[in-house]
Design a protein around this ligand. Sequence first.
Ligand code: CTP
Length: 405
Amino acid sequence: NLGRVGDRLDLPVYAVGGFVRDLLLGQRNSDVDVTVDGDGILFAEAFAAEYGCRVKSHEKFGTAVIVFSDGFKIDVASTRLEYYVSPGALPTVERSSLKMDLYRRDFTVNTLAIALNSQSFGKLIDYFGAYRDLQAKVIRVLHNLSFVEDPTRVFRAIRFEQRLNFKIAKHTEDLIKNAVKMDFLVKLGGRRLLSELVQILREKEPLQGISRMATLGLLRFIHPSIELTLELQAALEEVRYVVSWFDLLYLERPYERWAVYFLALCELLSPEQFWATCTRLAVSENQREHLAEMRRQGEELVGAMERKLARQERLENSEIYFTLRGLPVEILLYHMAKSGNPETKRCISLYFTKLHGMQPLIGGEDLKQLGIKPGPIYRELLDAVLSARMNGKVSSKDDEIRLVR
Ligand code: CTP
C-alpha cells in the first residue's frame, strides 16, 4: 500500500535500514523505516489520509511518523530536504539521492533498500556491498570518518555485533580503537552515552557486549575505575543467572533489566564515584538521588538481614518481607546476584515467589465491624495479621479476626 500511494504521487518509495537487514536475516523487526525520493511529509500525509492514520511530522528534517490506530508506526524520511533558513525566506532545498542518503548511515548492513512502488516492487538495492557483508556476518563502516562524525556508532557496532552474532571488520575495529585513543568519545554527551549503554545492557546477552566494551577500552568512559576483572565477570554472570530466573517466574512485575547489570558494573564504586558516574551519564538529579538512596538502602537492609542470618540461621517470613518490601526489584535482584550467602538468596527468592503478593484475608471493613475506630492503628493491625499469616500462625479469616480481638 505504501508503494501504491507512492505510485499515485509519482514518488519512489523504499523500505530501508534495519527493517531490510532483519528481513533478510529472518529476524523480527517491527520498526519500519521508509525513505521517499522526494517529499516524505507529503507522502506520509497522503498515505495517512487514505488509510485513516495520524501523522507527526518534523518539517525541519523532512521526516514524519505515520501512526496507525493500533499504535503501529512507520517512520518516513525524505531524500530531499526543504528547509527555511529564516522565517519568510525561500526554502533551501537540499537535493539528495537514495544513494547519498544510504551513504550517510553507520554500517553497510544498514544500507539496504527495497523498492516498494508497483513497477519495481521487491527489488533489492545494494550500493555498498551490504548483502555480501550480511552473508559474511560482518559489521563494517562505509568510510573512515564514521566514528568521528558520530561516536555513538562505536556502541552501535558492539550492539549489532553481539545481537546479530556478527563480527566487527578488522579495519572498522581499528577505526574504533583509533577513536578511543584520540578521545573522540569524550565529546559524547552523557545522555547519548547512557542511551547507548542502556541499549547494550537491554540486549538478550549483555555480557558479550560488556566484554567487547572492555576489550575496546570503553568501560572507562562510564567511570575510569571500572575494569572487567575476573570478579566483575563472575558478578555479571551471576546477574545473568538471577535475571533469567526472575524472567522465568513470569511475575509480570515490570523492572529494568539493564539497571541490574548497571548496578553490578558499578559495584566497586564508592558512593561518591557512583554519584559522579550518574552525573557523567546525565541521569537527572531526582533519579540520581533515587538511585544512590536505593543503592545505600539496599546495602543497609540486605546487610542487616545477613547479620541476622549469621546469628540465627533462619529468619521468619515476616522479617524477610518487612525488610525487603521497600526495595525496588532491580536492587533486590542485584543483591540476590551479589550475595555469596545461599540463605540470603533463598530469602530474596522467597520474597519474590511467595511473600510479595500476600495480603491479609481481612480488611478495613472487618476492622470497622469489630468496632475499631479508623486510624493509623489499622495499618499496624493489618501488618500484624499479615505477619502471622506469613509465618503460618493463621490460615483462615476467622483466625485473623480472633487474632485482632
Ligand atoms: N543510524 C546511523 N547512525 C546512528 C544512528 C542510526 O547511521 N548513530 C542509521 C542506521 O543506519 C539505522 C538507521 O539510522 O539503520 C535507523 O536507526 P535505528 O532505528 O537506531 O537503527 P536500527 O538499525 O533500526 O536498529 P534497531 O534494530 O536497534 O532499532
